[in-house]
Design a protein around this ligand. Structure first.
Ligand SMILES: C[S@@+](CC[C@H](N)C(=O)[O-])C[C@H]1O[C@@H](n2cnc3c(N)ncnc32)[C@H](O)[C@@H]1O
Length: 230
């Protein structure tokens, strides 16, 4: 099978897990923010959450255990990641995991949920697929529902090439606790499969899809927490 945006996660899930463990992508700060959003939502009543590109749900699981929805659904293409997710999510009363493409799953979906979450997954889609995903997510949210997105974002006016130069430079100089061969693998993945958008393009996509309110909750270098509300 040729390489694609999930090769790293199918073959070397443990590499991504090791990188997030070192907090190079600010998982700790970012998921503390996600936990606060979910807690606030939980206090107002929170039935269902859909997690697009859930991976092993290692960082979201503790947030969910603190503010449990009645139903959690995770979608990911990686069987290895989903196998691990079962362990991390076992404290939840109800969870369902689907091995599927998130865009296909969302475009075929009938049910509505309170919150759609996605962590570091949407930047793998191209511009048009992201636009379609926003439309599908807007349709799949109940009125007042939230689309909570953690992802890497380009600066306004910055080209993808300039973004990659900066991000790969940071990886090479600051991700110092990764073995050289693993760092090469991670850099090759980013160079081939990361297509981040600017915040204004994401805001525009959300608006066109009917998600009229966008808020930037946190940013740590290129890593952003955004919420789009229906
Ligand atoms: C960087 S990991 C993020 C995992 C976790 N959400 C987090 O925040 O740490 C990205 C995940 O998105 C999944 N993914 C990428 N493209 C996808 C797609 N089109 N449909 C479903 N999952 C996808 C990958 O398999 C991988 O598990």
């Amino acid at each position: 099978m040729p390489d694609d945006e999930t090769t790293l996660f199918r073959q070397s899930w443990t590499l991504y897990d090791a990188l997030s463990e070192k907090n190079y992508m600010f998982h700790r700060e970012i998921y503390a923010c996600v936990a606060a959003v979910l807690k606030e939502r939980h206090d107002r009543g929170f039935e269902s959450l859909l997690d697009l590109g859930c991976g092993n749900a290692r960082f979201l699981a503790p947030c969910l255990l603190g503010s449990p929805p009645d139903r959690y659904e995770g979608i990911d293409l990686s069987a290895a990641a989903l196998d691990e997710a079962r362990g991390y999510l076992k404290g939840l009363a109800q969870f369902t995991l689907h091995q599927a493409d998130m865009l296909e799953a969302m475009e075929g979906r009938q049910d509505q949920v309170d919150v759609i979450f996605t962590g570091y997954a949407v930047h793998h889609l191209n511009f048009e697929a992201k636009q379609r995903l926003f439309h599908a997510c807007a349709r799949a949210l109940k009125p007042g529902g939230l689309f909570l997105m953690v992802d890497v974002v380009r600066e306004e006016g910055q080209s993808r090439e300039a973004y990659l130069e900066g991000y790969l430079g940071t990886m090479r100089t600051q991700w110092t606790e990764v073995q050289p061969a693993h760092l090469d693998e991670a850099c090759a993945h980013v160079a081939a499969f990361d297509f981040p958008e600017t915040l204004s393009d994401l805001t525009q996509m959300a608006k066109e899809a009917g998600l009229s309110q966008t808020r930037l909750l946190q940013r740590h270098a290129q890593h952003h927490v955004m919420v789009f509300e229906r």
